[in-house]
Design a protein around this ligand. Structure first.
Ligand SMILES: Cc1cc2nc3c(=O)[nH]c(=O)nc-3n(C[C@H](O)[C@H](O)[C@H](O)COP(=O)(O)OP(=O)(O)OC[C@H]3O[C@@H](n4cnc5c(N)ncnc54)[C@H](O)[C@@H]3O)c2cc1C
Length: 411
């Protein structure tokens, strides 16, 4: 679908993107393809590798296909075959297939390490687009005609547009829209993710030990790789004080898991000394508008869905594709931003709603929910029936609930 140019103003060409993870490089790829001059600033020293597994499903699969990335991502597919739930004593209660929980489609969805996706997105860009690693936007001044940017390194640059693709705690959002708290919808969980040696010798499967409001998870990819550990727990208020103090984070997480059963003590010990600890709240971002003047937001910065939805990367991929396409087919950036939001907001909101729907199987918060979940797991037929509900079908529909236009920019 093409959009006629709406004004005779020159199309903005110089775009600065903050963040080189999922949304940022996807946007950079399409903008570069449409003839924009793209610069990406990333606070880390390189594209961050490794990381937990993410799924690419529904419409997002179409985006990576249009980018020619399917073969590479198929090779990187992790192929988790089963998830085993354990009771308080660490004994197996039952097993399910991942697609039963996510509403995904076996053989269709891609499950890859977040870092592998980021690398795949970055590879075709590295020689085409300017990347400024180890830097960050310090100030932004949008004078209505251009955005004057000062980076932490002291560099001064001017761009026609700036896009914040810098994640849940977006720096760009803070600079333009103010502190993050009003835009966060805290979902009541805190989590710590880290890697540890694969002493269990397991592969292509996950184990979830749960007590009310708490889970200890081991997620294994290849036998030769470290496994990923996750410790999650419920908390009424977000522990903002712990964000400023890495030692307090480790203490807080450890204090929630005193049990000396199964792998719990090993996970706690690994979390305490981990060099790749990832501590965060489970939260969504809800913004009244995704742009202001010449600055817009993409990916988690605009509409984080949280990992409980399993859809954050997928929505980030689709949103970046749509934003680039709308910019390429509108002469006026304000109209492009409005069109992007009109098309994407319903999709983002439907996916956000998945995070709070039916969460009691993976994250039961009361004893009754744990018991009911375990009873279902002990009866695979009942579990299959429970999971094959209309809700599972609704999930699948949600994953593909936006039409991906073919954008053809005017020459
Ligand atoms: C444990 C876990 C499991 C998940 N599982 C799934 C799943 O199964 N499926 C799924 O679709 N999604 C999943 N997600 C969500 C997914 O990771 C995010 O939604 C997705 O990564 C969002 O991409 P993004 O590019 O918008 O932001 P991010 O991936 O958060 O990237 C932001 C980038 O901006 C950079 N940055 C930050 N601050 C600055 C700054 N000041 N200046 C410059 N750069 C900056 C960061 O270094 C990073 O590279 C999961 C998330 C977690 C935590």
């Amino acid at each position: 679908m093409t959009h006629p140019a709406s004004t005779s103003a020159p199309r903005p060409v110089r775009v600065l993107i903050s963040g080189a993870s999922i949304a940022g490089p996807t946007l950079a790829y399409w903008l570069d393809r449409y003839g924009f001059e793209v610069t990406v600033v990333e606070k880390a020293d390189a594209v961050r590798g490794g990381g937990y597994a993410i799924d690419i499903r529904g419409t997002a699969r179409e985006v990576v296909d249009r980018m020619g990335l399917l073969p590479r991502l198929r090779e990187a597919h992790i192929d988790t075959r089963r998830i085993t739930f354990l009771d308080a004593a660490g004994d197996t209660v039952g097993t399910v297939q991942p697609e039963q929980l996510t509403g995904g489609q076996s053989g269709q969805d891609l499950e890859v390490r977040r870092g592998d996706l980021a690398d795949a997105l970055y590879a075709p860009l590295r020689d085409r687009v300017e990347f400024l690693f180890g830097d960050s936007i310090a100030t932004l001044d949008d004078d209505g005609h251009a955005v004057h940017v000062v980076l932490d390194s002291g560099t001064h640059r001017t761009f026609d547009l700036v896009i914040g693709a810098d994640g849940l705690h977006s720096n760009t959002r803070r600079l333009v829209f103010g502190p993050e708290e009003p835009f966060h919808r805290y979902l009541g969980h805190v989590f710590a993710g880290f890697t540890l040696p694969n002493e269990l010798g397991v592969a292509h499967e996950a184990f979830i030990w749960s007590e009310p409001g708490r889970s200890a998870v081991v997620y294994a990819y290849e036998p030769s790789e470290p496994v990923h550990g996750f410790l999650t727990f419920v908390r009424d208020t977000p522990p903002f004080e712990a964000f400023r103090d890495p030692r307090a984070q480790r203490e807080l997480v450890a204090s929630q898991f005193p049990e000396q059963v199964w792998q719990v003590p090993r996970l706690v010990a690994a979390m305490r000394t981990s060099e790749d600890l990832f501590f965060d709240i489970v939260s969504q971002v809800h913004m009244p508008a995704w742009s202001h003047g010449r600055v817009a937001l993409a990916g988690d910065a605009a509409h984080a869905t949280s990992f409980l939805s399993g859809q954050g990367s997928s929505v980030a991929l689709v949103g970046a594709y749509v934003l680039a396409g709308e910019l390429a087919t509108h002469a006026d950036h304000a109209e492009a931003f409005a069109a992007y939001e009109r098309r994407m907001r319903p999709f983002a909101e439907r996916n956000q709603a998945l995070a709070t729907a039916g969460g009691t199987i993976v994250t039961p918060t009361t004893r009754a929910q744990v018991d009911a979940r375990n009873a279902l797991l002990r009866d695979p037929e009942a579990m299959a029936k429970e999971l094959a509900t209309a809700e599972a079908e609704a999930r699948r529909t949600t994953h593909s609930s936006v039409t991906l236009p073919e954008y053809t920019p005017a020459p």
